[in-house]
Design a protein around this ligand. Structure first.
Ligand code: MG
Ligand code: MG
Length: 263
């Protein structure tokens, strides 16, 4: 059953989503060659707890960390390890926070040092496909319209769209109905209604759309081991239109500051 949220609930989800946004902004400042995913995880946990919130993923389905950190061919659900990042890596950082009984949950894929033009394009197209999906979250449209928009943009650019993992409703539970596939047919699926809150999260691969799970029981990797990108926002339908509750603004400011310091 889909739980549609009132304005008060949407504000609480926004509060948790913005804790995640600021967490990702802090990580953006320190993601560079030499730093380990585990260090990033500790920073994130510290910041989230300082906000009077709880890490949303830690312990959820027994996941062992605050962040899902997925490097290069890892798509999602990577467990932060000790191995330092190296120049040319990409890392997808997915983060959840729980405050006032409501979850925030979003993700961004970062470049570590200098990455190839091919991979830059993968990141750009994945992020664009997220915003194209969000534009479809309008009263009267359907869930399939979101998936169609994401899929169309990614496949037009010859990238693979992951099928086995999907976006979701968000609220008092991290994963609520409905499922939000990143592929689909226009005009198919549930109708989009006022108060719907979704985590929309395209996972787009440089090569094949196929993925497999590693023996750790968590990490999802591309079947051809080519890189994969993941961007996620939390979005509510307010006055019939999509309102993005999370923001990449903190990340973008941090990245700009970092770039300026290199010149
Ligand atoms: Mg997420
Ligand atoms: Mg999610």
């Amino acid at each position: 059953m889909i739980h549609y949220k009132n304005k008060e609930e949407i504000e609480l989800i926004r509060e948790s989503a913005l804790i995640v946004s600021r967490t990702l902004g802090i990580l953006a400042e320190i993601i560079q060659p030499g730093i380990s995913p585990k260090t990033l995880d500790k920073k994130a946990e510290e910041y989230i707890r300082d906000q009077g919130a709880l890490p949303g993923f830690l312990g959820l389905y027994d996941f062992p960390a605050t962040l899902c950190i997925s490097i290069n061919e890892q798509v999602v659900h990577g467990i932060p390890g000790d191995k330092p990042l190296i120049d040319g890596d990409i890392i997808s950082v997915d983060c959840g926070a729980l405050k006032n009984n409501y979850y925030g949950d979003h993700a961004f894929t970062f470049a570590v040092g200098e990455i190839s033009d091919k991979i830059k394009k993968l990141l750009r197209i994945t992020k664009e496909s997220l915003y194209l999906g969000i534009e479809q979250m309008v009263v009267g449209k359907r869930i399939g319209d979101i998936g169609y928009a994401v899929q169309h943009h990614a496949e037009k650019n010859r990238f693979g769209v992951v099928r086995q993992l999907v976006g979701h409703g968000l609220g008092k539970k991290m994963h609520e109905a409905p499922e939000v596939p990143n592929f689909g047919k226009r005009g198919s699926g549930r109708k989009i209604k006022e108060g719907l809150v979704l985590a929309i999260e395209p996972m787009v691969n440089l090569g094949t759309k196929n993925v497999i799970q590693l023996a750790d029981g968590w990490t999802i990797v591309t079947a051809d081991r080519k890189p994969s990108a993941h961007f996620e926002h939390n979005v509510a339908v307010v006055d019939g239109q999509p309102e993005i509750l999370s923001t990449f603004q903190y990340i973008e400011e941090a990245l700009m500051k970092k770039q300026a310091s290199f010149i």
